[in-house]
Design a protein around this ligand. Sequence first.
Ligand code: NAP
Length: 288
Amino acid sequence: MTREAVTVLGLGAMGTALADAFLAAGHPTTVWNRSPARTEALASRGALRADTVAHALAAGRLVVACVLDYAALRELLAGNEEALAGKVLVNLASGSPEQARETAGWAAGCGFEYLDGAIMITPPGIGKPESMLLYSGSPEAFERHRGTLAALGDPLDLGPDAGLACLYDTALLGLMWSSLSGWLHGTALVGADGVPASTFTPVANRWLSGAVTGFLTRYAPQADAGDYPGDDASLNVHLAAMEHLLHASRARGIDTALPELFQRHAEQAIAAGHGADSYARLIEELTR
Ligand SMILES: NC(=O)c1ccc[n+]([C@@H]2O[C@H](COP(=O)([O-])OP(=O)(O)OC[C@H]3O[C@@H](n4cnc5c(N)ncnc54)[C@H](OP(=O)(O)O)[C@@H]3O)[C@@H](O)[C@H]2O)c1
């Protein structure tokens, strides 16, 4: 079966992994990079090298770009707008929702379809079916090219608003940093009493993947409804436990900035009369 031809623009760590995944799935893959030397290794693995952006765009209908940022993308495509007419541009560079929406508007004005994407994995995860890539923008383009994009990992469609992939990306990265910093805080705490990180971490992972994800699922409808029955654990109970975390941290000389943030939000909500509510009530401390 003949696979769809793909063009990959940008061959940094991520772009190279993307091109390799398309090659591994049997797609004729044309590559271009600002510094041409980066095309050599891919050419030895079967990629077709394009000397110019225009030649790269002429190679197929689906164009996947993964350069540093949106400014770099617009710079490299400047003057090539006509060559993009009738094609689909999939931009996998990280950026803001506003930049994604602005780029979608530019694409519509130039007569080509646009998909914005967010890669929720590092390069070694590209090509694995369990890896998640988020897409938003043209629904027709997503449906038409879903099978080809699946070569990179599991493609999730977030709908026609091109800004949503970037918005989810930033929200999910924030969740990742919060989780990692929470884990590091816990690791420092138990480490002060001689427990190695590798001993603490399997327990932490079990806590996160079992109980904590369950709390998220339980609290999501509360956040949507703006109604936070504290019938599992009230903010009053949480605040008392936060004070134990602060005490244990201070006693071991561990930084308290993170638990102080939790404590401040809980104290504010309780002072406003919401002590009997669930933890989900704290979303209102973040949005007011
Ligand atoms: N690495 C990851 O784990 C990861 C994960 C998710 C998302 N991303 C996103 O993927 C994008 C690429 O990341 P990366 O890790 O591949 O970065 P990288 O290894 O630093 O590569 C950057 C790429 O951008 C190109 N570039 C930079 N400025 C350019 C310009 N003005 N014109 C044309 N090309 C330009 C570089 O070309 P030269 O080779 O000529 O310098 C190179 O191909 C970023 O937006 C990043 O946030 C990366």
